[in-house]
Design a binder for this molecule. Sequence first.
Ligand code: AMP
Length: 201
Amino acid sequence: MSPANPAIAPFDGRSVCLFCGSSDAADPVYVQAAADFGAAAARAGWRLVYGGGGVGLMGASARAAHEAGGRVLGVMPEFLRSRERLFDEVETLVVTSMHERKQIMYDQSDAFVVAPGGIGTLEEVVELLSWKRLDLHGKPVIFLNINGFWETFFGLMRHSVETGFTPPSFLDAWLVCDTVEAAMMAIDAPETRRALQHDRR
Ligand code: AMP
């Protein structure tokens, strides 16, 4: 259950935040995976929390979740409304800054799935993982590693471990799933539920 925010309609189920690319030029394989994830999350009763845009993988996931009858919460900074084409068929909170957007997305979500994306997606997941490194949260982070998209990022993290900047145990801070089905099983797995209970203490 998410903390109450008077600007957001109450929701007492579980919420998954999807970080993903906003580019319309992305390979359709990635766009389809984002749509499949949105629909699967909706069918499983999860609310989808996302960046609020109608473009790229973001738009595909939100539209699919909405069409599958799921709850969707978009969080969009005012200055990006037109650039990211706010998707107004679902509940969307318009905020003033990128920082506010991310804070609300984090607060409103019980688990995070990271689909392929660009520098914005990378920034979001790196902050999420750096907060985990500092024990600021224990929420599950699952990479949707379609066609091995995230392998070079994992390589960089292994390099950081090998050079002594990051403890080896940190490589367990996230899960890697190659398919939407595996990601859906991972967010419903008992370990994930335990991590959520731990985070709510
Ligand atoms: P991209 O992966 O570059 O297509 O960006 C995906 C999403 O991340 C877009 O909605 C961007 O607006 C968003 N984004 C980029 N940088 C930030 C940031 N610093 N804080 C919050 N969202 C961001």
